[in-house]
Design a protein. Structure first.
Length: 179
C-alpha cells in the first residue's frame, strides 16, 4: 500500500466535464425528423420504394453528428477548501427589508444572484475565455445548460469524491482474460 505522503504529493482537485451543444437550434429539426420517422414507420409501405424511413434515419444520424460537432465538453475544477470559503464570503446573502437574510439566499448562505455566474466562471478551466467570450457564451446558453455547469461546479466543491464504478468495464474485465 502506498504511504500517505506519496498520495498527498500526487493529490489533485477533482474535475468534471459537462457537454454543451452550442447549436440548440438544431433540436427542433431533430424532433421534426424523429416525428417523420415515427409516422413513416406507422404507415405500411405502399410501393416498392418503401416508407422512406431509411432516408429519414440517415438524416437523423447526420443531424446528430452535426450537433455532436457543435458540442463542447467544458472542463470544471474544484477549488481548495480555503479558496472555496473565501469565494463564498465574496457573495454574502442579501438582507431583506427587516435586516434578516433574504429568503432566496437563506438555504445556501450566499447571494444567489451573484454566486452562480461567478461559480461557473471560476470553475471552468477549459475553455479559457476572456470577458467578451463569457458575455457571448452567456447569450448562447439556455437556463438548463447554465444550470448543468453550475450543478457540476457545486458538486465538485460540495460533494464527496468517490471512486467511480463502471458496470461496463467491470463486465469486460471479470477475469476471463478475453475481449
Amino acid at each position: 500500500m502506498t504511504d500517505f505522503k506519496t498520495l498527498l504529493a500526487g493529490a489533485k482537485l477533482p474535475e468534471r466535464t459537462v457537454p454543451i451543444c452550442l447549436r440548440g437550434d438544431l433540436t427542433a429539426e431533430f424532433e421534426e425528423l424523429e416525428q417523420q420517422l415515427e409516422d413513416a414507420l406507422r404507415v405500411p409501405a405502399s410501393s416498392l420504394e418503401g416508407d422512406g424511413s431509411a432516408a429519414i434515419a440517415e438524416q437523423i444520424q447526420a443531424l446528430r453528428e452535426q450537433m455532436q460537432a457543435h458540442t463542447y465538453r467544458f472542463r470544471l475544477r474544484a477549488m481548495p477548501h480555503h479558496v472555496w470559503m473565501a469565494f463564498c464570503a465574496e457573495h454574502p446573502p442579501r438582507k431583506d427589508d427587516e435586516g434578516g437574510v433574504d429568503e432566496r439566499d437563506k438555504l445556501l448562505g450566499v447571494n444567489a444572484e451573484t454566486f452562480w455566474p461567478a461559480l461557473v466562471r471560476r470553475s471552468v478551466v477549459d475553455p479559457q475565455l476572456d470577458d467578451a467570450e463569457w458575455a457571448t457564451l452567456g447569450e448562447a446558453l439556455t437556463d438548463r445548460q447554465f444550470n448543468a455547469l453550475a450543478d457540476a461546479a457545486w458538486a465538485l466543491n460540495r460533494r464527496d469524491v468517490d471512486v467511480p464504478f463502471s458496470p461496463a468495464a467491470s463486465r469486460m474485465t471479470r477475469g476471463t482474460g478475453t475481449e
